[in-house]
Design a protein around this ligand. Structure first.
Ligand SMILES: C[S@@+](CC[C@H](N)C(=O)[O-])C[C@H]1O[C@@H](n2cnc3c(N)ncnc32)[C@H](O)[C@@H]1O
Length: 249
């Protein structure tokens, strides 16, 4: 399976290595998202775009009962499998997130995590609708993405440009592409899907990042890098709630 936006080969290897202790993933995005997650004890979690499995092991260490990881990159799935080891409460699937999650049942998760993934996708509304479908009523969705202001600073043009950008990925010698979008588009797509906004964060690197890369640490304290949100699926059952369109409808 070759998925256009999945982090394969050198990009995947670089990301797997970098996300263990790198300033952006390990010390900016992940602590903010885990803070938004709160107490995960006993929860059944879906990690969509699980990368090298860092969220999975962290969520299990914090007491999540089960975690399902879905990832498009064979390179990163290999890393995720090695990281997870023989933990029988974790299931990993290779799947293109541009496609519906038909192998997952309705109302079967308490928490869905989409960390720094959905800006890579064009079928974002479909993925959000799928997250809504598989969450139980009252369940939680966490999403993080590149901060629209960061993209404006880095790529120029108008703040309102919503083009696909191709950028160098650290010093991996490779590039990755994603769609930049305004805050209105990012939040609008989530709200249109039927989620309610509970918490909103513009994470800055934690103190641990200073040890790894002081200049990057300082940079995240001047320029927003990421945005992270905690959303809730309406408590009402889908019968009572005119929810988002189902994939293919
Ligand atoms: C920045 S990484 C984030 C990984 C992980 N969520 C984390 O925070 O450590 C983006 C991830 O999205 C995955 N991805 C991108 N496009 C995808 C697609 N169409 N289907 C499945 N995974 C995809 C990449 O392979 C990569 O693992």
């Amino acid at each position: 399976m070759r998925i256009h936006t999945a982090y394969e080969g050198a990009l995947g290897e670089h990301f797997a290595d970098n996300s263990t202790d790198g300033p952006c993933n390990a010390h900016t995005d992940r602590p903010a998202m885990l803070d938004l997650a709160g107490d995960v004890t006993g929860l059944r979690v879906l990690d969509a775009g699980c990368g090298a499995g860092h969220y999975i092991t962290e969520l299990r260490a914090r007491g999540a009962a089960e975690v399902v990881g879905v990832e498009g990159s064979a390179t990163l799935l290999r890393h995720a499998r090695a990281r997870v080891g023989d933990d029988v409460a974790v299931a990993l699937h290779q799947h293109d997130l541009e496609e519906p999650l038909g192998f997952l049942s309705d109302d079967s998760f308490d928490l869905v995590v989409i960390a720094l993934v959905h800006h890579h996708l064009e079928a974002r509304r479909q993925l959000l609708a799928e997250a809504h479908r598989v969450l139980r009523p009252g369940g939680t969705l966490l999403v993080s993405t590149v901060h629209p202001t960061a993209d404006w600073v880095w790529h120029g043009g108008s703040y309102f440009d919503e083009d696909r950008v191709e950028t160098r990925f650290g010093d991996s010698g490779t590039t990755h592409s994603y769609r930049r979008m305004t805050m209105q588009t990012f939040l609008g797509e989530l709200l249109d899907t039927g989620f309610a906004l509970e918490r909103f964060a513009e994470p800055r690197a934690t103190e641990a990042a200073r040890r790894v890369d002081e200049s990057r640490y300082l940079k995240t304290h001047r320029t927003p890098f990421f945005v992270a949100v905690r959303m809730r699926k309406n408590e009402a059952s889908r019968d009572a709630f005119d929810g988002p369109p189902r994939p293919g409808s």
